[in-house]
Structures are given as structure tokens and as C-alpha cells.
Design a protein around this ligand. Sequence first.
Ligand code: GTP
Ligand code: MG
Length: 254
Amino acid sequence: MPVLLIMGPAGSGKTSLVKTLATYIQSEHVSSPVTTCNLDPGIEDHYEWTMDIRSRFTLRDIMEQEKLGPNGAMVRGYERLVQHFDAFFSSLEPLEDPSWLLIDTPGQVEPLLFSASGNALMEKMHYSFPDVTGIFLMPGDMINDPAHYAFLLMVYAGLSLKVPVEIIQVISKADLIDDDVLPCVQDAKALQERLLSRKMGEFTEFGMHAIEMMERLIPALHLVFLQANAEPATGLDDLFDIINELKCGCGDLS
Ligand SMILES: Nc1nc2c(ncn2[C@@H]2O[C@H](COP(=O)(O)OP(=O)(O)OP(=O)(O)O)[C@@H](O)[C@H]2O)c(=O)[nH]1
Ligand SMILES: [Mg+2]
């Protein structure tokens, strides 16, 4: 069963992508059944998720019960996700190929990256779904800023250190990338020049090392440019080409 775990910063288009992917997979493009799974206790929508963590707890519950604001409640939400993980997924019927499982993650990516429960959640995910493929969204409006783009690449690098799963890099909201930025997205030298030309004074030595790292990171990317809210959505064929290459074990993505 192919399992896709959609991750990314707040507002990067994770939920939109899950919904768009579900339609795409069920259409003639893939023609497979889909299970959609919401792991975000804070989402407020009326979509008919196949599985929904809100059947167990919501962010509002946590805020009220523990007298926390939304940020503190989301950190607790990750802890509860870990506690509920096994029981929650035990209701998942065994799905054979070609069924797909699409998992949406909470808006705040910080607890996933920096908390013990974020680590535990990823470990459980990997243990329960050894073939899980991550999809990491880098939204177009963010990557217009060279420092934001470089930072997202480092977050992606950090995620790769944390979990031994394939993670595909997707530029979401690709329609929001400025025309003059687009040619630089896959060009390390151009990104370095844009970083160095920012009028913020001298970079520290460590900052210069970070800039140099772009020469290693960018050529290793296999970027997909995606627009989930277009009619029809764009980039899904390219995303599936990469997923299929990974799934068929061809290995070489170059
Ligand atoms: N321009 C543009 N907007 C998009 C695209 N995809 C999603 N959006 C919009 O971006 C906003 C956030 O989308 P969501 O799908 O809720 O993003 P998310 O990452 O799930 O958000 P959180 O769960 O709150 O972190 C919504 O207003 C979407 O309509 C896209 O391809 N282009
Ligand atoms: Mg969402």
C-alpha cells in the first residue's frame, strides 16, 4: 500500500494537496482507492476524511482542558498523537495495493522537528508504515525570499537526518513564485548570489558555510512544482513520476 505523509510549514498547502491528490488518484490518472487520514487536531473543515484524529481529540479540547493557547496546545497535541497512534491506526483496514493512504499533518511543523513527541511520531510512522514516502512542501511565496528558501532547504536536510524515509521536495503554490526567482530555484550559484546581495551587512563565517552548502543541496533536489488549487491542479503527473520511480525501486532519480 503506498503511503504518503504530507509535511510542511504552516499554510504551505498540505491539506489542499491531500484533497487534490485524493481526487487525482481516484480519477482515470491512477484509478485506485484512497484512504485520507487527518492527523491535524486543529483543522476546521467539513471534508469527509476516511480517518480523522478529531474523532479522538481536537485542539480546542486541549486548549480548554489544559488552559493552553494554540501553540502550547499543539505541542500537547503531538504528545496525544503519539499516545493515540496505535489505537487510531488499528481501525485501519488492511489495505492492499493499489490502495493509497494519504496522511495530512498538523499546521505547525515545529513540534514535529524539535520535540521528543515529534521524533516519536515519526518513529511510529516509520515502524507502522515502512514504505512511507514523505512529501515536504516549500511554498512558492516563501521561496521568493532567498534566505527563506535556503532555510527551508536546511529544514528538509534536517528532516532527512531524522527519519530514514524518502522525502520528495515539492514547491507548493508554484503560481506565487516571482518570475525573476523561478530560474534561480534550481541554480545554486544564482541562489548564493541572491543571498550575498541582500543588504543586511556581512554574513558570519558560519553563515558563509551555510551559503556554501547550497552547492551540495540544490543539485541533489528532485523538485516538483505544484499548484494544488488550480483547475485542474498542476504538477501531479510529475509528482507521480517520482513516486513511481521510488516505488518501482529503480533507485536512480537523477
Ligand atoms: N495560490 C495558491 N494558494 C494555494 C495553493 N494551494 C493551497 N492554497 C491556499 O493556501 C491556503 C492554505 O492552504 P492549506 O491547504 O490549508 O495549507 P496547510 O498547509 O494545510 O495549512 P495548515 O494546516 O494551517 O498549516 C489556503 O487558502 C489554500 O486555498 C496553490 O497551489 N496556490
Ligand atoms: Mg492543513
